[in-house]
Design a protein around this ligand. Structure first.
Ligand code: GLC
Length: 461
């Protein structure tokens, strides 16, 4: 099928099976902001936004927003910066420091870690809102000389990631670019008005996306916040024609002003909630992203308390998968490329769990119901694959049997616990399913019961 640069044609693209199957991606926020690695701690995005835009932007929990926070008078970041670097030290003075530090970076180690964590794809930030490029582009920044990394981070990482059999995609900050616009975002209004709209910038951003597609063969176009005035369907059709198996996210919102007549495309292949999940199964594919702590960019002020534990992460992940979502889990490396221990621990904990329980996650689809409960209130989630139903128990059973509410199995069904040999004894108690828990139940944040065959739909609506 040939895609053309119009909305109707773009809409025909279907989410490829690999993206449904993949479930877990790794997001990477790394750049100049990783040098100071500072942001206010204590609240995640959702809680911070509840304080109102002004307070939020002044106390932004995102370390990758360092430059913006620095531009806000009297913000904690500005105070921190003046105290630690001095008033004359500019954000751009981080360039030589970053470029020196990244000499130590080992992309192979990253790729092995992501593989061990169980991830199937990687999305690297290639240009965040600060405008600093992580590759030696043919289209350099016209406002600031050498405003890019002196290693080809995009190219080097892509190579290693693909060697491990993972797919590679890129994030690009479409409308916000603070190397073009020196105004800070302080409130709701300056947020909507901060995007760059000049023809020079439109061409610059378009060229970058083309370069990321052509030279680096991005399989995911992960644009952020919005896009400057142009027909984005040209990028989309170009991309889909080259990679029909590619996917595009939903953050291409554009502002049409008088005289503009490009088509507005709001929904891509998948939705992208941030630090949030949906509480019901969505028909439309979605992918939520978040840091392991409250920031995407590394924030050295954060402590263990600010980070997710492996257990919380695993429960959240299962919940997401049961509702048709993927998780794009972010790592925020230090300036020299070291992935902080707490983050590593969390990724490896997830990987270890997936080694045993991965078949209930990868390649599965949501079942007719995502949620359930046991009689003593342990949360349950469901996924399905072919003729199987997976029941995931989000907690350790408190007794010798668990009774799952409203679940009717076929008489001939067998139940197996992933990680243990043999099948479990079970019985139907009215509409509830009662399963005997084996004595040698291993320690695990969540247990998977594999039910074969999948129960009859009509009995379980
Ligand atoms: C946002 C933020 C940002 C982060 C991103 C990830 O919109 O501005 O810092 O990169 O989303 O989802």
């Amino acid at each position: 099928m040939l895609y053309t640069a119009d909305k109707k044609s773009i809409k025909k693209h279907e989410v490829p099976e690999w993206f449904h199957d993949a479930k877990l991606g790794i997001f990477i926020h790394w750049g100049l902001f990783s040098v100071p690695a500072f942001a206010v701690t204590g609240l995640d995005l959702v809680e911070s936004m509840k304080k109102g835009f002004e307070t939020h932007f002044k106390n932004n929990p995102y370390a990758e927003w360092y430059l913006n926070s620095l531009r806000i008078p009297d913000s904690p970041t500005q105070k921190y910066h003046f105290k630690n670097y001095g008033e004359d030290f500019t954000y751009d003075d981080f360039v030589p420091i970053f470029n020196e530090k990244i000499k130590k970076w080992n992309p192979k180690e990253w790729a092995s870690l992501f593989k061990k964590a169980g991830a199937k794809y990687v999305v690297l930030v290639t240009k965040h809102h600060d405008g600093f490029l992580l590759w030696p582009s043919k289209y350099p920044n016209p406002k600031k000389e050498n405003y890019c990394s002196n290693r080809d981070i995009v190219g080097e990482l892509s190579k290693e990631v693909r060697k491990k059999g993972l797919k590679m995609g890129f994030y690009y900050s479409g409308t916000l670019d603070w190397s073009f616009n020196p105004e800070p975002i302080k409130d709701g209004r300056s947020f909507t008005e901060n995007g760059v709209r000049t023809p020079e910038y439109v061409e610059y951003a378009n060229n970058h996306w083309r370069e990321l597609i052509d030279k680096y063969e991005s399989i995911i176009l992960w644009n952020d916040i919005g896009y400057p005035p142009t027909n984005v369907c040209e990028i989309f059709s170009y991309f889909y024609n080259k990679f029909p198996e590619g996917v595009i996210n939903d953050r291409w919102r554009q502002i049409r002003k008088k005289g503009d007549n490009f088509p507005l495309v709001t929904r891509g292949d998948f939705l992208t909630p941030e630090y949030e999940t949906f509480n019901k199964t969505r028909k439309k594919k979605w992918e939520t992203s978040r840091g392991i702590g409250n920031s995407y960019g590394y924030n050295k002020i954060e402590t263990e308390e600010d980070y997710l534990t492996s257990e919380k992460l695993i429960h959240m992940f299962i919940d997401i998968v049961s509702k048709n979502g993927n998780l794009l889990l972010n790592v925020g490396p230090m300036a020299d490329g070291t992935i902080p221990e707490i983050q590593k621990k969390c990724l490896l904990g997830l990987g270890k769990w997936l080694d045993v329980n991965g078949e209930a996650i990868f390649g599965t689809r949501p079942w007719i119901r995502a949620e359930g409960k046991t009689l003593n209130d342990i949360e349950v989630r469901f996924t399905q694959a072919k003729d199987l139903l997976y029941l995931l128990l989000l907690g350790r059973p408190k007794s010798k049997t668990i009774t799952v509410q409203s679940l009717n199995l076929e008489k001939k069904a067998t139940i197996q616990l992933l990680g243990l040999k043999g099948s479990l004894e079970w019985k139907q108690e009215g509409n509830n399913l009662s399963v005997i828990i084996p004595k040698n139940l291993p320690e695990s944040p969540a247990h998977t019961f594999k039910i074969s065959p999948k129960p009859n739909m009509n009995l379980n609506q």
